[in-house]
Design a protein around this ligand. Sequence first.
Ligand SMILES: N=c1c2ncn([C@@H]3O[C@H](COP(=O)(O)OP(=O)(O)OP(=O)(O)O)[C@@H](O)[C@H]3O)c2ncn1[C@@H]1O[C@H](COP(=O)(O)O)[C@@H](O)[C@H]1O
Length: 106
Amino acid sequence: MSDTLSRLYATIESRKGASPDSSWTAKLLSKGPEKCAEKFGEEAVEAIIEAVRNDPEKLASECADALYHMLVMLAARDVPLSAVMDVLEAREGTSGIAEKAARPKG
Ligand SMILES: N=c1c2ncn([C@@H]3O[C@H](COP(=O)(O)OP(=O)(O)OP(=O)(O)O)[C@@H](O)[C@H]3O)c2ncn1[C@@H]1O[C@H](COP(=O)(O)O)[C@@H](O)[C@H]1O
């Protein structure tokens, strides 16, 4: 599963500097990191709408769009997918409830 994401991230990286006429990724990246972030936000909202509507097929499709646009947003800021995976791996085995309780109060 994460192999698919890794391959997709590598494809997105390879589009840096490609022609915006032939690649949607290149077109998006050429608009800058802020636009990429905005686009991710739009796609995330579309996924939320399908989750609320409870349409499993459309939810899966919108989440695929959101994941793709999240990877584009990361690439636009030169944050590798491995950095995200490292954070997730470091959290493995720690309950979210325990993590929240251990946070410094402030
Ligand atoms: N996974 C995706 C993917 N998901 C969604 N999209 C595109 O993201 C776009 C967003 O859809 P929208 O409906 O929001 O587009 P829109 O309404 O025209 O956008 P606006 O003009 O309203 O901003 C569409 O053009 C989709 O085709 C994707 N484009 C590319 N990929 C992957 O990226 C690879 C490289 O793609 P290119 O960079 O185009 O070669 C592909 O082989 C795929 O694996």
